[in-house]
Write a protein that binds this ligand. Structure first.
Ligand code: ADP
Ligand code: MG
Length: 249
């Protein structure tokens, strides 16, 4: 059998076809088709306002597309709601923090385990495991809102992991992280993929990070797919270079 390139391995987990989302007269996402394959880290990049977070809202069921279709695990999820899609195993984080700030770190994580795990012991074990992975094991009793920013970002990832996703969609997870925190977060994402076997869709504006960690990258501009390819292909693409330079202040 022909050896498969690492970049093209797994089967398609998520497929978007002709995805479109309008807000009144504004088209935030237009005719966007892509596939997310099992085991990959797929980057989704583009200038501010390109439609990245809207794409996350569509695929995770937070809002319906105005046209186009979505399938996840070979099921049509186009009109499914966020609860349904998250229970199928597609879990997203938010660009802006969405923690229960008056609750402890431990409780924030435990809540995310309750759908899958029925026994309190299993929930506690899962909570401790995800807290350890994300460097939160010494902060379990701290109120989420009192954590330093970097640990709040880690907590949102811990909450996502506690739900045992098949696909993890991260919306600008590196924002506000300092120095060594960025490298540690990237190491965590690589570990989530290689050791937990979770497929990752990553929206991130830190280009160096995206180039380091992603197998493939999709570039959105004004809601449309501008380019797709390996980090090398995308970074050398003239349209991509122009789209980014065009947005520089
Ligand atoms: N809920 C909404 N209502 C109206 N316009 C929205 C809404 N969400 C996003 N938009 C608009 O859609 C476009 C894409 O936004 P967004 O998906 O947040 O971009 P990105 O995440 O790439 O920065 C922007 O022009 C934004 O103002
Ligand atoms: Mg966004």
């Amino acid at each position: 059998m022909e050896a498969l390139s690492n970049k093209n391995k797994g089967k398609v987990l998520l497929r978007a076809e002709g995805l479109e989302r309008k807000f009144g007269g504004l088209t935030a996402v237009a005719d966007f088709s892509f596939e997310l394959r099992e085991g990959e880290i797929l980057g989704l990049i583009g200038p501010n306002g390109a439609g990245k977070s809207t794409t996350f809202n569509l695929i995770s069921g937070f809002m319906p597309p105005t046209s186009g279709s979505l399938s996840f695990l070979d099921q049509n999820i186009t009109s499914k709601n966020a609860t349904h899609i998250s229970r199928m195993g597609l879990i997203r984080t938010f660009q802006h923090e969405s923690l229960l700030s008056e609750m402890s770190v431990a409780d924030n994580i435990i809540i995310a385990t309750t759908h899958r795990l029925k026994s309190q012991a299993a929930r506690l074990e899962k909570m401790q495991e995800t807290a350890k992975l994300t460097g939160l094991e010494d902060h379990l009793e701290v109120m989420a809102g009192s954590l330093p920013h970097g640990l709040q970002r880690m907590l949102s990832i811990a909450i996502a992991l506690a739900a045992e996703p098949k696909v993890l969609c991260l919306d600008e997870p590196l924002t506000g992280l300092q120095g060594a925190e960025v490298g540690a977060a990237l190491d965590l994402f690589e570990m989530i993929r290689s050791e937990l076997g979770i497929t990752i869709l990553l929206v991130e504006h830190n280009m160096r990070a995206v180039m380091r960690i992603c197998d493939r990258i999709l570039v959105l501009n004004h809601g449309r797919l501008l380019a797709a390819g390996t980090p090398e292909e995308v970074s050398q693409n003239q349209l991509v270079i122009e789209a980014y330079l065009g947005h520089k202040k």
